[in-house]
Ligand binder design. Structure first.
Ligand code: C5P
Length: 232
């Protein structure tokens, strides 16, 4: 089973990001680059971190008409990222177009995962603003199934949903899960959290960990603690 710890590099500049990665010396953690850093620094930040030997999850959550997403994904594929994502709300034709755009001439492509409903959207808001009148859980599982049917590799979800997603979409369908905290750590603004050890037990494939590592007094030690708990 494919599993790793991904560090969310939620920094606002290249300088802060590279200073942070320098702490790891010869270790090369899988890192997530989000909108803030990508929009601040552009594609060169991806190339630079890649050249340092890290795997990269580029978290840009694409959502547009199929043709636009296909072309944008072709550009991300040429950047040689290892994982990227989109909104399943763009529907199956958009997700299929994304796969086409991502796939290189030799048939290889980055891992593509879908955001189902954002965790900031609750059932009441979904009903009021999106006119979706079904239980949130049912919507999340339906979107995950759409992602599977379109040929995607997995979804972003809570570790608490990993088991159900695997039940609906199969054990090989990846669950990439934020909301991870150490048992003795600060929860911050995350609502439903699990430890790396618990995320492993629940079947997460990748845990995405930000502040428990980036804000730790010793980030390398915190990263290794995560690895030991999640992979050990
Ligand atoms: O610092 P923390 O560990 O909370 O960071 C979690 C990362 O995962 C952040 O980059 C956050 O934007 C992202 N994320 C999340 N919840 C989601 C989707 C993404 O926390 N549902």
């Amino acid at each position: 089973m494919e599993r790793d710890v991904i560090i969310a590099c939620d920094f606002d500049s290249k300088q802060k990001t590279l200073e942070f990665l320098d702490l790891f010396k010869d270790k090369k953690p899988f890192v997530k680059i989000g909108m803030e850093l990508y929009y601040a620094e552009g594609p060169s930040i991806v190339k630079e971190i890649k050249e340092r030997g890290h795997k990269i999850f580029l978290d840009l959550k694409l959502h547009d008409i199929p043709n636009t997403v296909k072309k944008a994904m072709a550009v991300l594929s040429r950047l040689d990222v290892d994982m990227c994502n989109l909104h399943a709300g763009g529907t199956v034709p958009m997700m299929k177009a994304a796969i086409e755009g991502l796939t290189r001439e030799d048939g290889a492509r980055p891992i593509l995962i879908a955001v189902t409903q954002l965790t900031s959207t609750d059932e009441e808001t979904m009903k009021k603003d999106l006119l979706i009148d079904k239980p949130l859980d049912e919507v999340v599982m339906h979107y995950a199934k759409n992602a599977l049917d379109a040929g995607l590799d997995g979804v972003v979800c809570s570790p608490l949903e990993s088991g159900k997603v695997h039940g609906v979409c199969g054990e090989n369908f990846l669950t990439v899960t934020p909301g991870v905290r150490f048992a003795d750590g600060n929860v911050g603004d995350q609502k439903r959290v699990t430890t790396p050890k618990k995320a492993k037990e629940l079947g997460s494939n990748y845990i995405v960990v930000g502040r428990p590592i980036t804000a730790a007094s010793d980030p390398v030690e915190a990263y290794e603690r995560c690895l030991n708990e999640f992979l050990g």
